[in-house]
Design a protein around this ligand. Structure first.
Ligand code: PRP
Ligand code: URA
Length: 209
């Protein structure tokens, strides 16, 4: 079974409380998602491989460490995942970005895929799928299905708010992937929204409602 980790740094918890408030503006919401993604990225990228490098300080020659240059890809689930991309890119600016477009049918709660645009060598990359919300898990499961169908093998899923139902569904469907979340909330309501949650992440991020 892959790792399941709640990244509960005090800065993340503080920013998450502001993010959840219904009075938080679109501008602040966008900035907070960006900041939390960056703080989470610091932890999620902890396992990046290193290699030895010979360098010369003003004093002596020495062997030190540098990132091994493993190929990375950030894959946001549209729309709301877009809000987490820059936070990750600020840490690993050379990463490629793929996009998976998906929306949840509000009646059936089933995800509908409408776009998949990925780096050509996606099968060779360490992939970070990002989406602020893991609710029923339908969108995340379909996104990972979609990536695996194209040969992807090394996948981590990063969200801000998750529901127990979504975590369980994603773990059952894809036991090999690691899941990182900033908070594990209480439950889903009858409309498939996370409680207490933060509402509709896409609408709050882009100001569409
Ligand atoms: C939201 C969210 C996830 C999905 C989570 O997207 O960003 O992708 O719902 O729900 P699930 O776990 O039950 O699938 P939404 O469908 O609202 O699309 P949007 O980002 O375009 O608004
Ligand atoms: N999608 C959202 O944006 N919010 C939820 O609470 C559940 C799914």
């Amino acid at each position: 079974m892959g790792k399941f980790q709640v990244i509960s740094h005090p800065l993340i918890q503080h920013k998450l409380s502001i993010l959840r408030r219904k009075t938080t503006s679109t501008k602040d919401f966008r900035e907070l998602v960006d900041e939390i993604a960056m703080l989470m990225g610091y932890e999620v990228l902890r396992d990046l491989p290193l290699e030895d490098v010979e360098i010369e300080t003003p004093i002596t020659k020495t062997t030190q460490k540098q990132l091994a240059g493993k190929k990375l890809a950030i894959v946001p689930i549209l729309r709301a995942g877009i809000g987490m991309v820059d936070g990750f890119l600020s840490l690993v600016p050379a990463a490629k970005v793929g996009h998976i477009g998906m929306y949840r049918d509000e009646e059936t709660l089933q995800p509908v895929e409408y776009l998949v645009k990925l780096p050509e060598d996606i099968d060779q990359r360490q992939i970070f799928v990002v989406d602020p919300m893991l609710a029923t898990g339908g969108s995340a499961i379909l996104a990972v299905d979609s990536l695996k169908k194209r040969g992807a093998a090394n996948i981590k899923f990063v969200c801000l708010v998750s529901a127990p139902e979504g975590v369980k569904a994603l773990q059952e469907a894809h036991p090999d992937i690691d899941i990182y979340t900033a908070t594990l909330d209480e439950k889903l309501n009858e409309h498939g929204y996370i409680v207490p949650g933060l509402g509709d992440a896409g609408d709050r991020l882009f100001g569409t409602k």
